[in-house]
Design a protein. Sequence first.
Length: 389
Amino acid sequence: MEIVNVSAIPVDVPLKPLEEPLGIAPYVTNHGSLESMERVLVRVETDCATTGWGEMRVFLSPAATVSIIEDGIGPLVEGQSPFEIEGLRRQVFVEYTNTDMFFAAVEMACWDIVGKTLDCPVYELLGGWTAPSQTSRNHRQTHTTGVSGPDDVPVAFCLGICSPSVSRKKAREALDAGFRVLKTKAGADWRDDVARIEAMHEETSGQLEFRLDPNQGWTTDEAVRVGSKLEQSGIHLQYLEQPIRVNAHRSLARLRQRLCQPIAPNEDTYIPQNCRRLIEAGAMDVGVIDMTPAGGISGLRSQASILEDAGIPFTHHCAFDLGVRTAAIAHAVTGIPGFSLPPDSTYYGWEANIIDDPLSITDGALSVPTDAGLGVSIDEDAVETHRIR
């Protein structure tokens, strides 16, 4: 089997407005505001008529992302076997730049092809269902072969920067929908960040755990103030995500020594070798890793093994994932050992779907597809409706 074509399709899919149940738009961060999200679907075709799908976010522009995938990555892998995933990942090298994030969607599609060819889901290719999820489920799914399937994957509800009153309402919605962890953006004003967490904590009577993510938006002194103020209010976050700028590992380590709130680098983990460096610097309580900058599922597995060996709990990051990458995340956190915290997700927040049978999130948990490959099929009409031209 050989790869014969790699193509990329940019789409722009709207998000549900905040006024709707579990709606999240406008999704406000300290970098901007989103009403919709541009994504790129990647199709990998083989000479055996088996097709795989991958997905990534847009970088720079839709046209630039498509060009890099089709004109840059495609020629490097065409003519080779999709089964040689590690070999493909290690040979996609371009001097002076990191091509991992563009290869990741192609690599995801290769896993999809291998699973379809062998008639098994990707989580089984990764080693199978590895451990009960953090939130126990009494029911288990059954694969068509009769093999016991994976538990549903609990996920964290994600919310942009809102007023304390709106944050209260959304926290109540999330709790009533069965979510047990809420991640919210921060960084515009540390005082407002504290007020919103306090309001949501009060509204839910401490039944929700919180993740606070300023996307590098605070200085060290502001991070100290936020963490200390929340501690004084009796609020212990699940973690503070990337509170300060990347590559400031000594500052992160000092911050970790000063606060009881766990420190969770995210953007820092996008840089090759940084997981090990963060551990060596004593700058990490929790890891927030992502298969796209890691170069795909196989790169994610490498990062996970480093963190697990160090005894660091970790989870998977969300980047406004449509059905393909959401399915890939579900397979990865199920089949790769060590994921102990719910991955972030905004899947419930889309106005439309680009897969035929949308994934389900019930009681705050995502179902893991059990069909072959990633277990999802593309809705071609929906893709055409949202295609960026």
